[in-house]
Design a binder for this molecule. Sequence first.
Ligand code: TYD
Length: 209
Amino acid sequence: MAGLFISFEGGDGSGKSTQVDLLAKALADAGRDVVVTREPGGTAMGAEIRNLLLHGDDMGPRAEALLYAADRSHHVQSKIRPALERGAVVVTDRFLDSSVAYQGAARELGTEEVRDLSLWAVGGLLPDITFLLDVSAYVSAERAAARTGGKLDRLERAGAEFHEAVREQYRLLAEREPERFHILDASRAPDDLAAEIGGVVNRLIEERA
Ligand code: TYD
């Protein structure tokens, strides 16, 4: 595929969305065709799935994993693949690694089966590069609470212990695929992080040109 597929990963409140926006703006300013998206909820159907996941009834871990995978499958088929095929840069706020880290950290499902489910859902598509914004559970919970005015959603309520487990899962994933993952300390200044991310992406684009 001709385009470039970039994902951002990290705990809630890691500053992913800020970095996604800054990168997208820099790419658009440089005249690139850029598609910014997110999971869950990057499509109209995905927005409905997102609503079920974040604000719906409590559900079992398998139903949850299947809904994230269904959202991802539709997202790839209807939005990500077509954009990559026309040569665009796709920047997504979360992708498959979120499922492995979050659903895997819950410990009710194995990380391998969650990954296999998602890979099946997306026909094996993986990002060219994944930026992991590594953040401590404490900073993450504080930022999330500040952003929502102290009102946390269902997953955010799950607490610091869970977030620490998510962080650990992410680090394991990054260790397993060092060529795909680029780990960043999310406590750094946003502009500083954006400069590093922009540099990595520009190098990748040049390498491919
Ligand atoms: P997101 O909208 O990125 O929230 P935040 O900005 O707080 O990070 O993601 C919503 C929640 O969904 C977040 O708590 C992580 C969770 N999630 C999973 O558990 N599995 C997944 O596969 C994805 C994509 C998200």
